[in-house]
Design a protein around this ligand. Sequence first.
Ligand code: SF4
Length: 349
Amino acid sequence: MDRTLNESIDLKSLTPEGIDRFCTEELGQKPCQGTRVAVWLYRKQVEDFDAMEDLNRPFREQLKRHSFLSSLAIEKQSASEDGTSKLLYRLGDGNTVEGVLIPGPNRLTLCVSSQVGCASGCGFCLTGSEGLVRNLAVSEMVNQFFAALKIIGDQPITNIVLMGTGEPLSNYAAVKSFVEIVTDRNGMGYSPKKVTLSTCGIAPMIERMAGEMEASLAVSLHATTDELRNRLMPVNKTYPIARLMEALRLYCDKTGRTVTIEYMLMKGINDSNEDAKRLMELLRNLPCMINILLFNPFPGCAYERPDEQRAFVFRDMLLLNNFVTVVRNSRGRDVHAACGQLRAGRSDQ
Ligand code: SF4
């Protein structure tokens, strides 16, 4: 660690292994003492060193002197008619990001942001239209979880999705540490099946993630030709569909996991029967499931939402050809919490 002991460190910026290393290398504690701190913090969500009962007092005093636990405030909570809550977090530098709590039968999903804004520039996404401000730190992602816990009472968060503002694979190192904190047995202990990272398709990072991150993968495809995908998602100019498919096949081979393909229907743009046929051709032999979404318009956007009947026809074509396909209801549309509707706020706005 590149610090002196006079500098205090935010333990929420460290993985469980990182906390243990800090406690042994910098505080001179025996191995595994730091792991107990990680379990108190991440598994039991105890944010007061004095309440970490099985740590001896001198160790707790050392922790107070040389480390701290940051926090994040929820500035605003907007409740949707369908039970979804949009959360506005105020960051230390004045910027804001949004997140979403989505209740379901026997589950409560927290949607976490990974960047303030996003550089990917997808044409159907409000965040993308505003550009990138900065990456979030590990502790800022961890604190979205802690802040959400404080407003939900006893209800556990069962699933975590990195689908808020930002492209997670463009903030790779911090997101990798966050995923480790969330899935490590000395961290929050979530199964990788309950943690999903959603990407616009940065092919080489998908390949890297396959060997390094214990999380499920969702990919926003949204188009079946490079011509259209170039227009909708600029990332396609760098990593065209064939390159993306190559990365997804490698990911599935290496991890043994199934990938989720997100396909958002936009009226008259990508919702024809021909699109469905091309989609099946692309996904043939890829271990995947397909989520069909309906576009959520926002002021000034160029696309329209198709009617639900079109979505069901599109889905049925895929189902008839044995593709596991679901039409997903967008949750929280009335409070602009649905896919593509989140925004990031700059401190100067
Ligand atoms: S859809 Fe995701 S990757 Fe694309 S601009 Fe929006 S936040 Fe960024």
